[in-house]
Write a protein that binds this ligand. Structure first.
Ligand SMILES: NC(=O)c1ccc[n+]([C@@H]2O[C@H](COP(=O)([O-])OP(=O)(O)OC[C@H]3O[C@@H](n4cnc5c(N)ncnc54)[C@H](OP(=O)(O)O)[C@@H]3O)[C@@H](O)[C@H]2O)c1
Length: 345
């Protein structure tokens, strides 16, 4: 999937008709029980929130991204969920869906010092419930998006800042120290995370071998990934061909590939792992195929393979406000300076 899906802020405009000003109510996408999103999600008109006071901030959402993990949260297949809400006018506690979002500050309580009216903010608190047109948050729930007046940072980049780009950065830097010129191999390379991996790796001077599913228009996809900085793009079928080992050896000059990134699982990942070299690290961060990951024991015995899992939410749990703000600042810098560009459409 190339496009980040964002819910536009259609619900909370002021509509002026003749001399009468009619304020539309805020809306949110909510659920009261886990299940398939198409079965359990409904749109709810919210009670008008009171004016913010104390450390509260009133927000109007600009964009609310839909990530694969959001669907897993609604299905109940994810180890975190939004806070149950009893203030949504539902007979039973309900959850507002959505983890990431970009909102604009509309008003602040008297104790709020970190943001002011008009600022862009993103969310510090996982599973805040961003699929809404408006919200009242605590100051500690949000992070200001600092921008220079001539910043090229787009709303889409800001709205999708907290999950995929930091994951890509962590995958490339937290598990093995690679020297410029070394190779990384990844599957799901056209995913949002995969595209960020390609761009950040390129900037770090690393080479990437990128695996994608075959499709109509595969050459166009390969070309788009190469424009982002991908060195090589193969389909899983091409990686399975007899000649693939020689081709990859030619690309790497026979040097071991020491980092593999997996967001797919299943047999295609088993195949990818066979291309890892001595002392390599395989980092799993997603399971898009829903198939278990099976690895030959020989990779552990003879190649000393190390496997890890990575979860960006864990990083946020383990790091304080200062680290989070610095991470966001670093990512904004990467976007403003063009290291990570807009996702392919
Ligand atoms: N652990 C973490 O902290 C973390 C952070 C961010 C994301 N993630 C996870 O990373 C994964 C990618 O997220 P994203 O937002 O980048 O996703 P995305 O942009 O929606 O892309 C999804 C990717 O998955 C591929 N895919 C879907 N079904 C597949 C299947 N059955 N077999 C092989 N490939 C399949 C798609 O390939 P096609 O184009 O061929 O359909 C595409 O490359 C998700 O599992 C997400 O939950 C984890």
């Amino acid at each position: 999937m190339f496009t980040r899906v964002c819910i536009p802020p259609t619900c909370a405009r002021c509509v002026r008709s003749f001399s009468v000003s009619v304020r539309q109510n805020a809306k949110a996408i909510i659920y009261t029980r886990n299940g398939e999103p198409t079965d359990v999600l409904t749109v709810r008109t919210l009670p008008t929130p009171p004016a913010p006071h104390g450390d509260q901030v009133k927000l109007k959402f600009r964009l609310s991204p839909v990530n694969p993990a959001d669907l897993n949260v609604i299905q109940g297949a994810y180890p975190s969920k939004p806070r149950p809400r009893e203030d949504l006018g539902t007979p039973e506690p309900a959850f507002i869906a959505g983890n990431e979002g970009l909102a604009v500050v509309e008003a602040v309580g008297e104790q709020v010092s970190s943001v002011r009216k008009g600022d862009w903010v993103i969310f510090n608190t996982p599973q805040f419930g961003t699929w809404a047109s408006e919200a009242v948050a605590k100051q500690s729930d949000i992070i200001r998006v600092p921008r220079a007046s001539d910043s090229p940072l787009t709303e889409v980049q800001a709205a999708t800042l907290t999950v995929n780009p930091p994951t890509a950065l962590a995958l490339l830097t937290q598990f093995v120290s690679l020297d410029p010129g070394e190779f990384v191999i990844q599957n799901g390379a056209n995913s949002s995370v995969g595209q960020a991996v390609i761009q950040i790796a390129h900037r770090l001077g690393l080479k990437t071998i990128n695996l994608v599913r075959d499709r109509e228009g595969i050459e166009e996809l390969k070309g788009q990934l190469k424009l982002l900085g991908a060195d090589h793009v193969l389909t899983y079928n091409e990686l399975g061909e007899k000649t693939a080992r020689d081709t990859v050896r030619e690309w790497t000059g026979g040097k071991p590939i020491r980092l593999g990134l997996n967001c797919v699982g299943g047999k295609d990942t088993t195949l990818m792992a066979r291309f890892l070299g001595q002392d390599a690290h395989l980092v799993s961060y997603g399971a898009m195929s829903k198939a278990p990951l099976s690895l030959p024991t020989s990779l552990f015995i003879f190649k000393n393979l190390t496997c890890h899992g990575y979860w960006q939410s864990r990083w946020y749990q383990q790091h304080g406000a200062e680290d989070r703000q610095k991470l966001i600042q670093d990512l904004i810098h990467m976007m403003e300076s063009g290291i990570v560009r807009v996702q392919m459409e």
